[in-house]
Design a protein. Structure first.
Length: 95
């Protein structure tokens, strides 16, 4: 992520699922023309919240970019002494 400013992303995910009772869903029978197994019903109910979250997460851009923002690497101050040099001095003086 290049910026800490809020950005907007539109998420459009197609949801195409078939639900069956657990015994039928677990039989391993695939529907015609698809490699997908049917989803099992849970106590005769479909949990739409879980489905919405699953497909929302799959549809989110993992690396969102705000238009017009470019990454600039932080500058490194090389004028001072490295903290490792100070640690080495402490090690030598205590040993």
């Amino acid at each position: 992520v290049v910026t800490l400013e809020a950005i907007e992303n539109e998420v459009r995910e197609r949801v195409d699922l078939i639900f069956e009772p657990p015994a039928e869903a677990e039989s391993g029978r695939r529907r015609k023309g698809s490699d997908e197994l049917p989803e099992p019903l849970q106590n005769g109910v479909i949990d739409l919240g879980t489905i919405a979250i699953e497909f929302l997460v799959l549809g989110l851009d993992p690396y969102p970019r705000k238009p017009g923002v470019e990454f600039r690497a932080p500058t490194v101050d090389k004028s001072g002494e490295s903290p490792f040099v100070a640690l080495e001095k402490l090690k030598k003086s205590s040993g």
